[in-house]
Design a protein around this ligand. Structure first.
Ligand SMILES: [Zn+2]
Length: 435
């Protein structure tokens, strides 16, 4: 099949007027102009999209799809307060609830043109359910509150595939994540980093997210002290920010660093030199009163940047274009091209998925999004200004049509009922905790 539009986004964010992508099954066969594709395959079915741009599926590089049932349940609040409510709500959810939440979150991703995620998972439900709906990406098994020595047993309990051969199944790749410096002690952080390197899987960590975390690390005081004493085994305040802390532990090399809001001088450069990349989540940071990342400093230091919405427990939606627009407010020098690369190629590279996702290149997965931009000479400008859920016309992932004419192309009625039930249960758990 040939999918054509007024414009096509080729690798390197190169724009092809009257562009088209030729797909066969789950893979991309060729990319070029509509005329070139038709010359190669004169009898191929062509789907034309006037007034639209054809792009790869977009990348949401940090989210927690299993928290989708908490959408709208927890009001904006300072981070430590919010965190304890989320913990209570998630404790009320069983494996079925988590699976339903992941499925509902995955449907919402597709509506926004996202086919690739960097998702924090508590077990195998996340990649299985997200993969069934049509997403691909990296799914990071989260570890917290453990000694490093207990990591392997914990992962086995949560069905983490210990055979490196099964850590990448189809379009989903397993990864690892020590949650954060105040819940994962130094032994656990280094244990996860070593295991990830040994298995060759991506690993991610929430880093330098809140003022409370910064205070804990710099002076050992503040509202996260109790949590750190309980969960971060062996933690001693390092007197530095989180980036220097994990670098001194030897864990920053290859890490996907999420948030990076509260940084000392030199940390942007350290991230650029050592980390796989930095995932920025500006709207979640604002929701949790965490402040704004210094995006300009990270960009100028040369850090590889990606964009994530974080979960629906700390954001209004999973629309990565709303996130990109919020990011540009923090760094107006970010160009349309910079932002679109973060949402495609660069996002996929930060997650370690660059060959197969985030690009309309021969051999990559047939993840194709058609977005309305109108008749324009500046399709990237139009896409960044108005792209996302309202502009998405069609979404194909692994060669299968998931969204057609702006509507999900498969039945979701059963899912709507189940997610409403899971949300009720979580709301009752939050109410019980508050009252
Ligand atoms: Zn997160």
């Amino acid at each position: 099949m040939i999918i054509a539009g007024d414009w096509l986004l080729a690798p390197g964010a190169r724009l092809v007027p009257n562009g088209a992508v030729l797909i066969n099954g789950a893979r991309i066969v060729a990319v070029g102009t509509r005329a070139e594709m038709l010359r190669q395959r004169p009898r191929e079915i062509v789907r034309d999209h006037p007034g639209c741009i054809v792009t790869p599926g977009f990348v949401n590089a940090h989210t927690h799809l299993c928290l989708t049932a908490l959408s709208g349940l927890i009001p904006p609040a300072p981070f430590p307060e919010w965190l304890s409510r989320v913990a209570r709500a998630t404790r009320s959810m069983d494996a079925d609830d988590l699976e339903v939440a992941v499925s509902a979150g995955a449907v919402e991703c597709l509506r926004c043109g996202v086919t690739v995620v960097g998702d924090v998972a508590y077990g195998p439900e996340s990649p299985a359910a997200a993969g069934d709906i049509g997403l691909g990406g990296a799914f990071f098994w989260e570890a917290l509150g453990l000694d490093g020595a207990d990591l392997s047993a914990h992962l086995a309990d949560h069905d983490y595939p210990d055979d490196p051969g099964t850590q990448c199944v189809g379009r989903t790749r397993c990864g690892l994540s020590p949650h954060a410096p105040y819940t994962a002690g130094p032994g656990l952080i280094t244990g996860v980093a070593e295991l990830a390197r040994r298995h060759g899987v991506p690993f991610a960590m929430h880093l330098a997210e809140s003022p409370a975390e910064a205070e804990l690390l710099s002076s050992g005081t503040g509202p996260l002290v109790g949590l750190a004493e309980k969960l971060a085994r062996g933690f001693r305040p390092p007197g530095h920010d989180a980036v220097h802390y994990v670098a001194r532990l030897g864990a920053l090399d290859g890490m996907i660093a999420v948030h990076c809001v509260h940084l000392e001088d030199g940390s942007p450069q350290l991230l650029a030199r050592s980390a796989a990349g930095v995932v920025l989540c500006p709207r979640s940071n604002r929701f949790l009163h965490n402040g704004d990342a210094d995006v300009e400093a990270l960009r100028l230091a040369g850090a590889r940047l990606a964009i994530g919405t974080d979960s629906l427990a700390s954001n209004a939606d999973l629309d990565v274009f709303n996130e990109a627009r919020a990011l540009r407010e923090l760094d107006p020098a970010l160009t349309d091209r910079d932002l679109i690369l973060m949402l495609t190629e660069h996002g996929a590279h930060v997650l370690g998925l660059g060959e197969r996702f985030g690009t309309l290149a021969e051999g990559a997965y047939a993840d194709v999004v058609v977005s309305e931009v109108g008749v324009t000479d500046d399709p990237l400008g139009a896409l960044i200004a108005d792209g996302g859920r309202n502009a998405v016309r069609s979404v194909i992932s692994a060669g299968i049509w998931r969204v057609v004419d702006g509507e999900i192309a498969f039945r979701t009625a059963g899912l709507d009922t189940k997610i409403a039930r899971a949300a009720d249960k979580a709301a009752r758990a939050i109410d019980r905790a508050v009252s």
